[in-house]
Every structure is written in C-alpha cells, then in structure tokens.
Design a protein around this ligand. Structure first.
Ligand SMILES: Nc1nc2c(ncn2[C@@H]2O[C@H](COP(=O)(O)OP(=O)(O)OP(=O)(O)O)[C@@H](O)[C@H]2O)c(=O)[nH]1
Ligand SMILES: [Mg+2]
Length: 355
C-alpha cells in the first residue's frame, strides 16, 4: 500500500498539496490551513524546483535495483519533478541491463553509457552537462551513500548555500583509508581555505549554477567543494549516514593517494595562477636569475680585486646555472601567459546577480 502510494505520488508532475488527509478545513484556498496541511517533505522543495540525481558507476550491477527503489521512495515523497541519470562508465558487468530494466519500470531513470572507462570525474562532468534540474544531487552507486539523506541536504541547500557536501562522520571504511583520507582532508582544507571534514563524499547537493560552471577532469572530483569555494560559491557540509560496501569491490587502489595529491596541486595552482602564470613562473625565474647574478658578481669582484681565480670555484657554476634556470622559468611563464591569453573567455567570470 505504502509503496503504491509513493508510486502514485511521483508518477504525477509537480504537486503542491498532499492528496491524502485533505479534510473539510484543509482547503488549499485557505492560506493558513495550507501551511498547516503541507507535509514536512513538501516544504523542503520550493516551487519550481526540480531535482536531477547524477550517479557515476563502474561495475555495480548488484546494487542498482535496490538503489533505484530507495531513490524512488525518497524522491517520490518530495513530490517534485525529478530525474535520475546513471553514468555507466564502460562497465563490463550487467550494470547497463539492470538500468534498462529500471528505466522500463520508471522512465525517470536514464542512463548515459560510455564506450569505455573514462573515470569518475569525466562521468560526473557528462552528468552535470545533462542535468536538467535546478537542484543536482550526486551520489555513489554502491549503496554506501543513503538516499534518505537527500531531503536534509536540500533543506540545508535552500537555507542559503550553493553546495552542501556530505560528511561521512561515522565511516565504514578500512583503517588505512580512513586515516589517509583524514590527512588529505586536512591538507585540502588548509590549501583551499575552506574547512570541511570530508571533501570526497559521493553524496552532495548543488544548485544548478555550480555544476554548470565547474570544469572537472582527471581525478578532480575529489576536490569539487574546494573548486566551488575558490570560484566564490557558498559551500558547507552536513553529516550523512555511511554504510559499509554491501556488494562488489572498491574501484580505487593505492594510486588514489598519488593522483589525489597531484590533483590537489593542480587545484591550488589553477585557483591562484591560471589567469596569470607569468606571476608564478616569472617570480621564480627572477629570484633564480638575480641570485645567480649576485653570486657571479661576487666571484668576479674577488677575481679582479683579490686575484682569486674563477676556475676552482664550484660556486661559479652554481651562479651561472641559476641565471640560466631563471631565464628558462621566465620564458615558460611568457609562453603560459600567451596560452592563457588566447584561451581567455569572459564566460569564465561567474556573475552571481545583477540589478
Ligand atoms: N564513472 C565512474 N564511476 C566510478 C569509477 N570508479 C568508481 N566509480 C564509482 O564511484 C563510486 C565510488 O567508488 P568506490 O569504488 O565505491 O570508491 P570508494 O567508495 O571510495 O571506496 P570503497 O569505500 O572501498 O567502496 C561508485 O559508485 C563507483 O561505481 C569510474 O572509473 N568511473
Ligand atoms: Mg564506495
């Protein structure tokens, strides 16, 4: 019965009033009654808000049916328009067949299937591009994220944020992963300037503006909250339930730590210097050349005034080397500056509002 009621609710389009319990004095025309009669879940979503749930996945056949049922229940209860977009990133198991079955049962569930595996960031980027809703939820497909957290995330989002990131406060992960992840989160917080406990939780809620302006590639999905914060969006976090992996196995091995660290450097560099690379490379170049110049000047001074030969001074080689290195860095900065200038687009400037 309960399941059937939920199916009925989400098979209809946007509904503001509950169909049940509308007694005599529950007329929608009476504003006071209307406020009283709205079920808790209806107040979470504002009028004209719709939801897109983006789920990147790779070989998760066992989890998909259960996940879709949980999503149907949660999203149906919210009573707004929604879509769920699975991004099947070249799975080699029966994930796509499962999604086809789900789509037959409920056409609000879609799938974008890649020909081969491109990685989680690429999948998210395609999902963001496809998303039609003005609220976008991302989550993992392995049932470790709990769909029942979605309404609360949206509530926080609607209280004045552009991105709400889940925080797996109690984690069901192996010891090593838990602790290295703690370290990564600490370093990312320090470098990006936003204090979050868990940057890489799969479960997040975004306003549309955020996902349409983010450019993620490589393995940058780990740093989405940092990128959004550095782009001027309001970012916060909310503790969410986390479950141990029920089926299948983890897709990220030990190389996640090295790749993750390199991507962190990219994030920080992009934020500070991508529009002015000469300031970065030029500064290193100038410091290096100037130091080299002062060293050689000192040695030449000694040669002429104190008659000390240059030939047995290793410092002389260091000085010359630093001058050459400085020129190299400076040239690199100039080339980067030319590339930046030719790729510069005013569209990269994000406007919050105009009056
Ligand atoms: N699109 C895409 N998704 C992926 C890829 N690898 C993993 N995923 C998905 O990303 C989500 C998280 O991957 P997991 O392997 O569970 O990573 P994790 O949660 O950090 O690790 P565990 O806690 O060990 O499960 C799951 O939904 C995966 O299916 C990939 O290469 N491409
Ligand atoms: Mg997982």
């Amino acid at each position: 019965m309960e399941q059937q009621r939920k199916r009925n609710v989400h098979n209809n389009k946007w509904k503001r009033y509950p169909r049940k319990n509308t007694g005599k004095d529950a007329s929608p025309k009476d504003p006071e009654t209307r406020v009283r009669e709205l079920p808790e879940s209806s107040k979470i979503i504002r009028q004209n808000q719709s939801i897109s749930v983006i789920i990147p996945l790779f070989n998760e056949e066992e989890s998909l049916t259960e996940l879709s049922q949980k999503l149907e229940d949660t999203l149906g209860d919210l009573g707004c328009e929604y879509e769920v977009v699975f991004i099947d990133d070249g799975s080699t198991d029966r994930s796509f067949d499962k999604i086809r079955e789900i789509n037959k049962r409920n056409p609000k569930f879609h799938c974008i299937k890649f020909r081969k595996n491109y990685g989680k960031s690429a999948a998210l980027a395609k999902g963001f591009r496809a998303a039609k809703g003005n609220i976008v939820i991302t989550m993992d497909a392995d049932l470790q994220d709990d769909p029942s957290e979605i309404p609360e995330l949206i509530k926080v989002l609607n209280s004045g944020y552009d991105l709400v990131s889940g925080w797996k406060k109690v984690r069901y992960d192996p010891f090593i992963k838990k602790h290295t992840s703690k370290f990564f989160n600490f370093v990312t917080s320090k470098l990006s300037g936003i204090r979050l406990h868990d940057f890489n939780c799969g479960l997040k809620a975004y306003k549309r503006d955020v996902i349409k302006s983010l450019k993620i590639y490589g393995e940058m999905h780990r740093y989405i909250p940092a990128l959004a914060h550095l782009s001027g969006f309001r970012v916060t976090e909310k503790p969410v339930k986390h479950h141990a992996r029920k089926y299948g196995k983890t897709k990220f091995g030990a190389n996640r730590f090295i790749n993750g660290f390199l991507d962190l450097i990219t994030v920080v560099f992009i934020d500070r210097y991508v529009k002015r690379p000469l300031h970065f490379f030029g500064a290193i170049g100038l410091i290096s050349s100037m130091t080299g110049f002062l060293i050689t000047l000192y040695l030449v001074f000694l040669k002429f005034f104190e008659d000390k030969p240059l030939s047995d001074r290793p410092l002389f080689i260091v000085g010359i080397f630093m001058i050459i290195l400085g020129v190299q860095f400076f040239s690199l900065g100039l080339i980067a500056e030319i590339i930046t200038k030719s790729n510069y687009s005013e569209q990269d400037i994000l406007i919050e509002t105009t009056i």
